[in-house]
Design a binder for this molecule. Structure first.
Ligand SMILES: [Zn+2]
Length: 144
């Protein structure tokens, strides 16, 4: 049996260095951590989470009201794209941190208010200024 097919080892730069890899991993990993998995996989103790989102335009008028209920088999996603002039791609309202804190503390209800600070487009510095008033009701399963 031929024993001379030794793989050649190549040294030298191949792709991004460690630091760059870390940064890249952090940005894509965060996103996955926020959206991956169903509710019962991620939070077995939580039966459902109801989100009531009220979007307000910079004039403080109601732009849109949305109610979302996340059930046991629904994907966990606590962020909503901003409907404002920033285009929603860059600006989004992320409630993940607040909701996770609420789950940790087994709180039945949590609410807050966010203002989109994204600029409307690359060439302007005026912020989008859409607001989100939100309220979340959390239902917990019976602890065994
Ligand atoms: Zn916005």
């Amino acid at each position: 049996m031929p024993a001379f097919f030794k793989p050649r080892r190549r040294r030298g730069p191949s792709g991004p260095n460690k630091n760059e890899q870390k940064v890249m991993r952090r940005s894509s990993g965060d996103r996955e951590a926020r959206t991956g998995g169903s509710l019962k996989e991620r939070f077995p103790g939580v039966e459902s989470i109801r989100l009531q989102l009220t979007f307000l335009n910079p004039q403080q008028e109601i732009y849109e009201e949305v109610t979302r209920t996340i059930g046991p088999d629904d994907a966990v996603n606590f962020s909503a794209p901003c409907p404002g002039r920033c285009g929603g791609e860059r600006g989004s309202f992320d409630l993940t941190k607040e909701i996770l804190t609420a789950i940790e503390g087994a709180r039945p209800q949590v609410q807050g208010r966010l203002v989109c600070q994204e600029t409307m487009n690359i060439s302007t510095v005026t912020p989008c200024d859409f607001r989100l008033e939100w309220k979340s009701t959390l239902h917990y399963g019976v602890k065994s």
